[in-house]
Structures are given as C-alpha cells and as structure tokens.
Design a protein around this ligand. Structure first.
Ligand code: BTN
Length: 243
C-alpha cells in the first residue's frame, strides 16, 4: 500500500480514479492539504480549504458484485462515526445514507465512485471529507448553519494526521469483516445504533422527486424504507434527507 500526498489538487477522487485505472493496489490512499474542486454528492461543491480538513480518497478492490457498493459506504460511515466520536468525546450520528453529524450539523461526508465490469466491482474510490480545524465562523455563509468541524465540536484543534490514523484504524477491520462475510451481518445493527434518521418524519429529495414520510428501517442492502402518509411503504435507494 502507498500514500500519495499532494499539497493541492483538484479532487483527491480524480487522482485516485486515475491511479486505480492504472492498476494501483487496494489500500492506496490519496490525500491532499487542499482541494480546488472538491466534490460532494449530487454535483455539489465540497468546501476544502488548505490544511483545515482531511480530504482523502481510498482505493478498494472488493471482489464482490456491484450491489455491495452502497453497503461499503454505509460500513465506512460506521467507521467514521466510531472514529469521530473517539476523537471528540462527543457522540457522532449517521444521517442516511452516509453523512456524519454532530448536533444536527454535518462534519463529514463520503463520496463513493465506482468502476464495475460485468456486474462485478472493479474498484471503488471512497472519498472522505472531514472538517477538522475550521472555526465555525470560517464556513461560507451558505453552509455556516448546516456545517461544523471537529474543532468546533471539541473546542480545541486536532492534528489531521491523528484524524487520518484513527479513521483508518476503525475502517480497516470493519471493511475486512464486511468483505469476509460478504454482507452486513451484525454491522447493520451497529449502523442503526449510530443513526439519527430512523423513526423521524423526513423529506427525501430523490432524482425522481420529493417524498415525505416516516423513516422506518434500512434493509439488508442498506436501502431506506419509509412509510408514506397513507400507510404504504416505499424503498428509497438514493436521496438527500431533511428532517
Ligand atoms: C458529500 O457529503 O456530499 C460527500 C463529500 C465528499 C468530500 C470528499 S473530500 C475527498 C474526496 N474528494 C472529493 O472531491 N470529494 C471527496
């Protein structure tokens, strides 16, 4: 395994994809001090100022069918919730599918990008963004009320290297367990224990439109199950959730 470091980059996910396409092995980690075009889910920008966060992308090559990719992102969210709770001493929550929040404010997001061949995962790029030493007042005005950082939560700065180390310590065994079991197993229960989505009335913004209902559960594939106002049940595969 190797670590590829850049002072500044467009997006660590871009370089990781390029390396993966050129044969980089599982465990290769791309990490940058600053991203100039950091990307979030659904085509959004990801605020990635210099030396203030962990902006990194991990190349994985699980020998599993395509359907497992979403679950690997949920497993990553568990590892992040564990790591960020350890680092701050404050309980982190997972918002489905994979945002990590403290006190309803987002501190960390995951952008998984994948290359599959014939229904098998060829590689995954697991992009992880963690706001570490960003004072609350330094967030851009449009996200100031919905974003937070580890420093803002803990009250003191935290070394970014320590954050990377703690995340990888939590992620590696969980990922290995997931691949060995070929599925969620008991990890689904742990995801549920960390989650802050289930049981709430939510508004889900999906590519097909907006759906309101009560979040009931996630199934064994990590798909969100909601109850509509008329009592019918519906599965949500991908969405932004608002409470
Ligand atoms: C989201 O919550 O919308 C996902 C945010 C993912 C941000 C990380 S930072 C490292 C990697 N490179 C990117 O361009 N994005 C991800």
């Amino acid at each position: 395994q190797s670590i590829v470091y850049r002072e500044t980059i467009d997006s660590t996910n871009n370089l990781a994809r390029e390396l993966a396409n050129n044969g980089a092995i599982e465990g290769t980690l791309v990490i940058a001090d600053e991203q100039q075009q950091g990307r979030g889910r659904r085509g959004r920008d990801w605020f990635s100022p210099p030396q203030s966060g962990v902006w990194m992308s991990l190349i994985l090559r699980p020998e599993l069918p395509l359907a497992h990719a979403a679950q690997i992102t949920l497993v990553t969210a568990i590892a992040l919730a564990r790591a960020l709770t350890r680092l701050t001493g404050v309980q982190a929550g997972i918002k489905w599918p994979n945002d990590i929040l403290f006190n309803q404010k987002k501190c960390c997001g995951i952008l998984t990008e994948m290359h599959a061949e014939f229904d098998q995962i060829h590689h995954l790029v697991l992009g992880i963004g963690i706001n570490v030493n960003i004072p609350q007042a330094d967030f851009p005005a449009d996200i100031e009320h919905i974003a937070t950082s580890l420093q803002a939560v803990k009250g003191t700065p935290i070394a970014r290297a320590k954050v990377v180390q703690t995340v990888l310590e939590e992620l590696e065994p969980l990922y290995r367990q997931y691949v060995a079991d070929g599925g969620f197993g008991t990890l689904r229960e742990e995801w549920k224990a960390h989650n802050i989505t289930l049981g709430n009335n939510i508004i889900a913004h999906t590519a097909q439109g907006t759906i309101e209902g009560r979040a009931l559960d996630i199934d064994e594939f990590g798909v969100l199950l909601i109850e509509l106002p008329d009592g019918a049940h519906k599965k949500i595969y991908s969405a932004d959730i608002m409470f």
